[in-house]
Design a protein around this ligand. Structure first.
Ligand code: AMP
Length: 242
């Protein structure tokens, strides 16, 4: 990005964070009363960003190791909305030794999907919380078509707008294996062993990959090349979220 682009992105980021924090439309609550002091084009800009924010119910799609977690964190910092990672929630439950963690552990260690009811319960509970009302980033959910359909119905039930965009981070299988073996050395995750990694990629291709069609048919799929520097990938993501 050039310097003026950087400045524009930084100032959008500040405005997004204000939008995320207010429960009423910012243009109505903050800006209109202050209109005498603010040029109309500024008000219009905030209104535009606020409109863009209505799409901020984002699903991150991509194989394990495609960068969903890392890019998801960057989106959290940029838009001020929470990231909901079923993988993180399940690992926390396993570490805490809860009933849910005990039920999930064997499937996770084998690189298989945990039962739908378990992950759906986690997501429903989290989406009902106040900080998720203005938008959220889903990382690792949905993982199959059944979960995607339940998610759509859940948002209706919770009175929330539908998923705005599904961002697919495209990375080749060879690159994925390389990254995950590297992560195994750095983080020591139980499911980052080569045979389990290969199985997780197979599960992704068999069960999660069909979701690309699911969101494509709804006109929501945005594919981004998931290789390059973290900042370059993030700029591509911001580009498709405009
Ligand atoms: P992740 O950190 O997203 O790669 O998830 C790690 C593991 O948690 C997966 O290999 C699955 O065993 C389990 N998991 C995470 N999210 C889901 C989901 N949406 N459905 C089923 N299992 C999941």
């Amino acid at each position: 990005m050039s310097a003026p682009d950087d400045r524009a992105a930084d100032s959008n980021k500040c405005i997004f964070r204000v939008i995320a924090r207010f429960d009423a439309p910012v243009t109505q609550r903050l800006l209109l009363p202050a209109r005498v002091y603010l040029p109309q084009r500024r008000v219009e800009r905030v209104r535009r960003l606020e409109k863009a924010f209505q799409k901020m119910r984002i699903v991150l799609l991509g194989a394990p190791g495609s960068g969903k977690g890392t890019q998801g964190e960057k989106l959290v910092a940029h838009f001020g909305i929470p990231k909901i990672s079923t993988g993180d929630a399940l690992r926390a439950a396993v570490a805490a030794g809860t009933e849910l963690g005990k039920k999930a552990k064997a499937a996770m260690d084998a690189g298989q999907l945990v039962a739908n009811e378990i992950v759906i319960g986690i997501v429903e509970e989290r989406l009902g919380q106040p900080d998720a009302q203005k938008g959220f980033i889903l990382d690792g959910f949905p993982r199959n078509t059944a979960q995607a359909e339940v998610l759509d119905a859940m948002l209706v039930r919770l009175g929330q707008p539908a998923i705005g965009k599904a961002v697919h981070l495209a990375v080749t299988d060879e690159e994925i294996i390389k990254r995950l073996l590297d992560r195994a050395v750095k983080e020591g995750r139980a499911d980052d062993k080569e045979d389990v990694i290969r199985h997780r990629i197979k599960v992704y291709n068999d069960e999660t990959h069909p979701l690309l069609d699911y969101y494509e048919q709804q006109g929501k799929l945005m594919t981004v090349q998931g290789v390059g520097t973290l900042d370059d990938i993030f700029d591509r993501i911001l580009g498709v979220l405009k």
